[in-house]
Design a protein around this ligand. Structure first.
Ligand code: FMN
Length: 411
């Protein structure tokens, strides 16, 4: 059995949906699964670009065998060694032992570290700008360090202007279609694509900006990522590239507020909801509330990337910031979250720690973030005397949002 489709002129998509993995990288819930894509070029020389996770190894090998029609496999471009793509690489090489493996020197070092099976006679080392002639197609290699492993290369087909973009432009989720123009991308895949970007690649914004700069200098008719749908129309390519310009530069897509709260017994939650309502009364649309103890942080970090303003609300717990919030803020910091205005509601009953910790994240640990005053450190529950502080906070946030430039002008 096989599942392949010709994209153009002898270049094939080979895709596999993985519904069985519960947690991508053993951290990120993927209730709708994930796809792994690999590509095949049928030319005077045959070529496979990237392998798949070992969960899809059988499908991958069957697809390659089908597309070879008994020919030999000449080249295997190993764009990076991360196991969600490369864990089937050794199986491919064992099946086609004469195949030349294209990668960077570091790719081969990692190959040997993972597989403990050196294949030095198969290695062909490439650097930025090197070309591989396959017949009517010629691949040119583009270095993309830390997008999102150090040894990443992307491949560009000079003939059909196709960019094999490795993990860039990928997404969580599975699909029954091959192309972005066959699905309602904005409705069904934008959120999974953003959550994938933010949590997998988000930390490497400057490196993504570099690759986007390189890519802007070449004509691109098709983008072939390693996860998710293929982009083959000018509209879908422009759409996803623009999203990447926002995400990689940490520039929000929308004016609006994400309120991330956690609450042991409900008092902080209540204050967060009161603030949300006051923001609504101030005319702010689309106020989003997320309980960080209940929703996996990867969903909320992605929403924080999307919106211009963030509110943090959490209590003190055993002389620390309540752990679900601490963990969320740690994630944001690790992902280099930046360029946001942030308001704070803390809560404690006898010795406050939440307030200081959240202020420290905003003012000292996050890059280019600013605290919206007044911040609030309430005692156990919101008292009438403090409601005016929440009013003032809502007013300040609303004024700031109204004065915030159109995000489109910031990229
Ligand atoms: C197990 C536990 C530990 C707590 N530790 C502290 C603490 O170290 N310092 C403090 O001032 N309050 C502490 N509190 C009190 C909470 O911060 C306070 O009850 C707050 O109102 C909880 O807000 P919530 O209703 O949103 O959960 C603790 C509460 C619990 C349940």
């Amino acid at each position: 059995m096989y599942c392949v489709e010709e994209i153009k002129n002898g270049i094939y998509w080979m895709g596999c949906n993985d519904f069985r993995t519960e947690l991508f990288e053993r951290i990120f819930p993927i209730p709708e699964g994930i796809t792994y894509n690999s590509y095949f070029i049928d030319d005077e020389k045959t070529c496979v670009l990237d392998a798949m996770d070992k969960s899809c190894r059988d499908e991958f090998l069957e697809n390659v065998e089908h597309l070879l029609h008994g020919r030999k496999l000449d080249y295997f471009v190993l764009q990076h060694m991360e196991p969600d793509h490369a864990s089937s690489a050794l199986a491919l090489i064992e099946k086609y032992p004469d195949v030349k493996i294209i990668g960077q020197p570091q790719t081969f070092k990692l190959f040997e570290q993972f597989f403990r099976h050196p294949c030095p006679n198969n290695y062909v080392s490439v650097k930025e700008g090197d070309q591989l002639a396959l017949g009517k197609h010629t691949l040119q290699f583009i270095k993309a360090p830390m997008v999102h492993w150090p040894e990443v290369i992307m491949s560009y087909d000079l003939t059909d202007k196709m960019l094999f973009s490795a993990d860039a432009f990928g997404m969580f989720g599975t699909t029954g279609n091959v192309y972005a123009d066959q699905v309602d991308f904005e409705e069904n895949y934008l959120d999974p694509a953003r959550r994938y970007y933010v949590n997998i690649v988000g930390k490497f914004g400057p490196q993504v900006v570099n690759v986007l700069k390189k890519a802007s200098g070449i004509p691109i008719d098709v983008i072939c990522p390693l996860h998710g749908v293929v982009f083959r129309t000018p509209e879908t390519i422009q759409y996803i590239v623009k999203k990447y310009q926002h995400w990689a530069q940490y520039v929000p897509e929308k004016k609006g507020v994400v309120i991330a709260f956690s609450s042991i017994y409900g008092n902080t939650e209540r204050a967060a909801c009161v603030l949300a309502h006051k923001l609504s009364q101030q005319g702010i649309h689309d106020v989003r509330l997320y309980d960080v103890a209940k929703i996996h942080p990867s969903y909320i970090t992605a929403k924080a990337w999307e919106y211009s303003h963030l509110v943090l609300a959490a209590p003190t717990y055993n002389l620390n910031l309540f752990l679900p919030m601490e963990s969320f803020l740690h994630d944001l910091k690790t992902l280099l979250f930046q360029k946001r205005k942030i308001a704070i509601i803390a809560n404690h009953s006898w010795a406050s720690a939440a307030y200081k910790t959240m202020v420290d994240y905003v003012e000292d640990q996050f890059k280019c973030c600013e605290l919206i005053e007044p911040a609030l450190d309430m005692k156990s529950s919101l008292c009438d005397d403090q409601e005016c502080i929440v009013d003032e906070m809502a007013l300040r946030i609303a004024e700031d949002i109204k004065a915030y430039p159109d995000p489109e002008t910031l990229i």
